[in-house]
Each structure stands twice: as C-alpha cells, then as structure tokens.
Write a protein that binds this ligand. Structure first.
Ligand code: NDP
Length: 470
C-alpha cells in the first residue's frame, strides 16, 4: 500500500512514489508518495496560517509531546522493526533508538512550560522598565538524515513544537517510512492542524524547494557537511541549526584502564556500521600500552556478530547502500596502497562491510582526514599527551572527543585544549544522551541540540521597554 504524505492535517497520496528497500535483503519494503512543488507550497502556506491564527499554548504543547512519548513506548516493537528493515540497524539498537525518541519527546514536553523571558536591570536609565518575552520564531523546516531516522527527527520536531512553531519535516528518502509513522503518532496525540507537515522527496527537489521558500523562518538540519554548507549559503540571512559530520577521535592515555577502553572502543567504532556522526574513527593510543591495547581490542572485535539486522544477536548490519559500501572499499584500498595496514576486516559481503581496523595511517589519507561514516577505524600511536591533543585538533571537524585516563584533573583542562563541542572522559567520543547540549565546531556545524538548547534557537527574544513616566 502506498503511504501518503501529511499536509495540513490531511493524508495525501500522489502518483509519483519513492520505493524504500530492506537494506539487508534488498527486497522492496515500502512505497511512499512524493511531494511536488505545489504540495510544498501548500504545506508552507498552511504552516504560515497556523503560526498566525491557530493557538497552541504551552500546556497543550506539553500534553501532546508527553502523549507522543507514551505512544512511542507502547509501539516500540513495531517502530524498531521499521528502523531495522529500512535502515539496516540491528534490532536491539533500533529498540534503543525508539526508547531514546520517547525520552526526547518527554524532555521537550517539560521544556514547553519553561520558556521564560527576563527582567533587564535598568542602570544608566531613569523611569524605564525593561524585560524580554520569547515567542515562536515562525515556520521551521526540519531536514533529517538516514542514520537515526526516528530520534534525529524527534530532536527536530519535539523542540520546534515545544517552542510553539509549525514544522515541516523532510526526512531522508531512504528511511522515510518511520518518519511517516511518527507523524501518525503525532496526529493521534492531537497536534493542531497546520502545525505538522511531512513531505517526502529528494533533497535536490523537495529539499531545494524548501530552501528557496522565504516564508520559512528557520532550518534545522542534520546531515553531511556539503549539504550543510549549501543550506547556509542558500538561505541568506535566515537562521539555521546545522548538525554535520566528523572524524571523531578517542585518546587512550598511558594511565587508562586498557580493558575497559578496548571493550568499549571495539563496540562504538562499529555501532550502526560506523554510520554515526560521532562514531569512533581515530583512536590515539600511548606507545607504552600499544601491545596490551591492540591485543584486547582485536580480541573484542573478533566476537562482533555481523549479519541480518533482524537477528537479535547481530551487532553490525548492512550499510545504507551499495554505493556507500563501494565508497569505503575504495577509501580503504587507497589507504593500503599508500602504506596503511589492515589488522582485521577489509572485506565486504553484499551491503555489509566487515569491522575494519587500520594502522600505519597518516594525514593525507581519506580514512584519516575525511568522515569515513563506515565500520572502519584507524589506530595511531603517540608519545606525549600534547601530541595526541594536536592530532585530535588536526581536523577540519570538531564534534566530540573522548579520552581514557585515570587523571581526572584532565577533565578541567581538556575542554579548553580540544577544538570540539563535547569532551567525554573515560568513555568514547561516541557518547550522547538526549538531554545534553550536543553540537560541534568547525565543519561539524553550529548550534546545539538537546531539547532545552534547541528551543533557544527556535524562539525570538523580543525586548520590551516601558516608559513609566509616559
Ligand atoms: P545527507 O546530507 O546526504 O542528507 C541529509 C538530508 O538532507 C536528507 O534528508 C537529504 O535528502 C537532504 N538533502 C540532500 N541534499 C539536499 C539539498 N540540496 N537541499 C536540501 N536538503 C538536501 O546526509 P545523510 O542522510 O547521508 O547522513 C549522513 C550525514 O549526516 C553524515 O555526514 C553524518 O555525520 C551526518 N550526521 C550528523 C549528526 C550530528 O548530529 N552532527 C548526526 C547524524 C548524522 P535525501 O537523502 O532524501 O535526498
């Protein structure tokens, strides 16, 4: 059955459709209507109308978002299966994503009631009372990637609605079935007509049409740096929150608990087949612990189960497309030609690329400089902490960094020394919990997510000056 789009409270089918495939078997999984320019304009008009004329007060916003959170939990298994089928994510990780989405909505529900202005101290001025109010910014366009097709959509929709804004979602075409399902739950939860629209279609058509529409006030985007830069360039003075890519690093220092570091790094380098923006891509290990670390790290990796994402034992499933597998195969082969050594992996089977560890990697190789976004990690050895910090910072990206060390005083110093948006001590760079401020520097983007931080970017602060003598 062809799945419809959601525009202005109506489910609309179109003749033009997009086919979504199971990423492991390659079989057709679902078929979804595709928006054209007329429907894009219709959604924007309805959202503008809702912003101006339809009330959605903070109490109602909280109730709707809390209800969505409950519905996500109640429907966890069905939603997880959709994610596993169309996204190739192992089912146990897919279940975790659904529960995290429920939490994202719950946090946003709480924030809906906390939107407050402030009183400004009135020194240097007589007879004036100054304060601020925060009001919804206007129509928000949310453009999302395939890799967390439910929770990253939740990180856009929940804060936009909590702030009182109508939102138009354009999900990644490859994983749009789960986005449609989430919109069904939002409708059941009672989101007012005009406050939610879901437009499926490629970035080059529907995405571009959204960027060109001047009635949209704010763009919230998660995806690749190339598209992020294009969005910023296209929308001119209008605002954007951009959550982009990275080649994130974790340091294993000489005083680290090697066993804990090896075990966690072995799982987080390959989680979701490495298709996580903070996936561990570069591991810097102190030369004095080189052998002990590598032995344990490779031993843990040998136990990783690769295969069908619907198998509850699977840790690493397929990548999103054969094109992406071919890309990473090419990058690894190129690195090997330039001197890199494959310690394990380096082979493919269908859309699965086996967990791969490289050593003897250096700057100038794509696997080091660019975002690999695949189950490939490089281990590099260093002598001093200063050298390791320089290596982490020697990147055009700056999302998160991790360090394993028993010297906790470093947790005070490293945030000032590392050029990243988040520092994780005694865990990997691939750590995120949904309430924390999350976002990068340099080419990893701008702005923070995490509902209470995202909301601040989605409201307009209006200053009010009252002349008490007037
Ligand atoms: P893409 O940038 O390819 O796509 C992301 C979204 O943008 C999709 O919905 C896509 O549509 C759309 N899009 C593509 N071109 C345009 C355009 N010209 N105008 C408007 N929209 C467009 O990213 P992926 O889906 O491949 O996701 C992987 C990337 O996301 C990685 O770089 C990863 O690091 C990053 N990411 C960042 C995170 C963070 O929080 N910092 C978290 C997760 C991922 P369609 O695909 O339908 O054509």
């Amino acid at each position: 059955m062809i799945k419809p789009l959601f525009i202005d409270g109506e489910w609309i089918k179109t003749n033009n459709t997009h086919q979504v495939f199971n990423k492991y078997s390659g079989e057709l999984y679902s078929e979804i209507s595709v928006a054209d320019e007329k429907l894009v304009n219709q959604a924007v008009e309805a959202a503008v109308y809702a912003h101006k004329h339809v009330s959605f007060d903070p109490d109602s916003r909280g109730q709707v978002l809390r209800k969505v959170s409950s519905l996500l939990q109640e429907n966890c298994e069905e939603l997880a299966e959709i994610i596993a089928n169309e996204g190739g994510k192992p089912i146990k990780d897919a279940r975790n994503e659904v529960m995290r989405s429920a939490s994202t909505f719950e946090i946003a529900a709480e924030e809906a009631r906390r939107l407050v202005g402030e009183i400004i101290p009135n020194f240097n001025v007589q007879g004036r009372f100054l304060y601020t109010v925060k009001k919804p910014i206007g129509v928000v366009a949310a453009i999302t990637p395939f890799n967390f097709p439910l929770n990253l959509v939740s990180h856009k929709l929940a804060p936009a609605l909590a702030a009182g804004n109508p939102v138009i979602l354009k999900p990644a075409s490859d994983t749009a079935t789960i986005a449609i399902k989430l919109c069904e739950l939002l409708e059941i939860a009672g989101v007012p007509k005009g406050y939610l629209h879901c437009l499926v279609g490629s970035g080059s058509t529907v995405g571009e049409q959204l960027l060109q529409n001047e009635r949209i006030a704010h763009y919230t985007f998660t995806g690749s740096p190339g598209v992020g830069k294009h969005i910023q360039k296209t929308i001119g003075l209008r605002k954007a929150t951009l959550e982009l890519g990275s080649n994130s690093a974790t340091i294993v220092h000489e005083d680290a608990d090697i066993e804990k570091a090896a075990a966690k790094l072995a799982s987080m380098s390959f989680a979701n087949a490495g298709q996580i923006c903070i996936s561990v891509q570069r591991i810097f290990v102190h030369n004095s612990i080189k052998e002990g670390f590598m032995n344990q790290f490779l031993a843990y990796i040998s136990n990783i189960k690769v295969g069908d994402p619907l198998d509850p034992e699977t840790n690493v499933g397929p990548m999103i497309s054969s094109k992406e597998v071919e890309r990473i195969e090419g990058w690894v082969n190129e690195a090997v030609d330039e001197g890199a050594v494959i310690m394990t992996g380096g082979k493919r089977e269908g859309n699965i690329y086996y967990p791969t560890v490289l050593t003897n990697v250096s700057k100038g190789m794509k696997v080091f400089d660019e975002e690999v976004f695949a189950p490939v990690v490089s281990v590099i050895f260093y002598d001093t902490l200063e050298e390791a910090i320089d290596l982490v910072n020697d990147s055009k990206y700056g999302l998160q960094a991790g360090i394993y060390t028993s010297d906790l005083s470093l947790s005070y110093k490293l945030p000032y020394m590392l050029e990243v948006g988040g520092v994780v001590v005694n865990d990997t760079c691939c750590f995120r919990t949904d309430q924390m401020p999350y976002g990068g520097v340099k080419e990893s983007g701008n702005g923070k997510e995490g509902p209470s931080y995202a909301i601040q970017e989605l409201v307009e602060t209006v200053t009010v000056v009252v002349n008490l003598e007037g």
